[in-house]
Design a protein around this ligand. Structure first.
Ligand code: 13P
Ligand code: SF4
Length: 367
């Protein structure tokens, strides 16, 4: 069976879920959850749709979801409402007898797909030739298990947008330089935050297989993998100008996956969790533009009707892959568990998982 056939087979939801009403589906999810109790665990990323989030046992950003997966030893079935790399992380951090399922296998992440193992091995080889043994590799958790395993093997760590600063500080205590995968923007924004000037940052282009840098190589402190988030790239400096013109007294709050130009012209920048905490702590009557995924922005606007909340980009849409997980797919997973059928299980091979876990553990010890 080809990979395509496999994907078609495993991600085609039975027709019956297309004809059920929303109340019927909600009732079925509720009753299966009640019946299964703590044997079933549904963690949800903040970017998930409301129709799914309402059934979450926990919601969180990438860091919290990794921590929660590790702490949960009761659940036999973890139905992960997020994207593929998050489900892989949950599988790595839970025990072998816990089953992790992803309701729709098409819920990938375009950023994670921007760094594959072959490209990374090739880059590492060249960078070792140029810089010698002076580099610690770091990867944003938004990466495949294979990349996490590469990083673990070479003495590096994972990070999330919540702990990137701490992890970079740790890495600089280990070696002179960092290779930061796969999001150049989180890497650049965090390094700037640590006082590293742009002139000391190089970019690795995995397609051209080359280092982009104008200065003297000895000056390079961080090598940024040329990857990005296709959602956060949609916030622009023009959006900021337009918003400030209309709302001169408002504040702009963005995720550090946005470009450095956008982050530097915003008032605040931080992880998903930071964004939520900022809005919760904001005074009634305050006005905000938020530069992050649309499901979260809409939820914050709804939950904080005493504040005015806009998306920084008025034409923004949600993360399409996160949105693959919906109520019918969630119910499909739960009914299959009820019928003792395991579908769409995410299993990371132990050879990969062991080294990936080294990188995840380094991060979790620092977090
Ligand atoms: P955080 O959950 O770390 O804020 O990351 C955002 C994101 O893009 C997840 O895919
Ligand atoms: Fe990936 Fe960006 Fe979507 Fe997060 S928001 S899952 S980084 S594409």
């Amino acid at each position: 069976m080809s990979v395509l056939d496999f994907m078609k087979q495993t991600s085609s939801i039975p027709d019956k879920y297309k004809t059920m009403t929303i109340p019927e589906m909600e009732e079925r999810v509720r009753s299966i959850k009640e019946k299964m109790g703590s044997k079933l665990y549904i963690p949800c990323h903040h970017y998930q749709k409301d129709e799914v989030v309402q059934f979450a046992d926990d919601t969180g950003d990438s860091l919290q979801l990794a921590q929660l997966a590790r702490q949960n030893t009761d659940a036999q079935y973890i139905v992960f409402c997020g994207v593929h790399f998050m489900a892989e992380t949950a599988d790595i951090l839970t025990s072998d007898d816990q089953v992790v399922m992803l309701p729709d296998l098409r819920a990938g992440c375009s950023m994670a797909d921007m760094a594959d193992l072959q490209q990374t091995e090739r880059a590492w080889h060249t960078l070792q030739d140029v810089f010698g043994d002076t580099i610690v590799p770091l990867t944003y958790v938004n990466s495949t298990a294979a990349i996490k395993s590469f990083v673990g093997r070479h003495g590096g760590s994972c990070c999330t947008s919540s702990n990137a600063k701490k992890v970079l500080q740790w890495a600089f205590s280990q070696k002179e330089r960092i290779l930061f995968l796969p999001d150049q923007h989180l890497g650049r924004n965090t390094a700037l935050d640590l006082g590293i000037p742009l002139e000391h940052m190089a970019v690795w282009d995995p397609i051209q297989n080359k280092l982009e840098y104008d200065g003297t190589v000895e000056d390079v402190r961080i090598i940024l993998w040329k990857g990005h988030c296709s959602v956060h790239m949609n916030f622009t400096v023009q959006n900021i100008k337009d918003f400030r013109k209309k709302h001169p007294n408002a504040s702009i709050l963005v995720h550090p996956e946005c470009t450095q130009e956008v982050v530097s012209q915003s008032d605040f920048a931080g992880s998903t969790n930071y964004i939520i905490n900022m809005i919760e702590a904001a005074p009634a009557g305050s006005v905000w533009a938020i530069g992050t995924e649309m499901n979260l922005v809409s939820r914050l606007a709804q939950q904080h009707s005493d504040k005015t909340i806009y998306s920084l980009n008025p034409n923004m849409c949600p993360c399409l892959t996160m949105n693959r997980i919906d109520l019918p797919h969630l119910l499909w997973m739960l009914e299959s568990i009820e019928n003792d059928v395991i579908l769409q299980q995410i299993v990371v091979a132990s050879t990969v998982a062991d080294e990936a876990q080294l990188a995840l553990n380094r991060m979790l010890q620092l977090a």
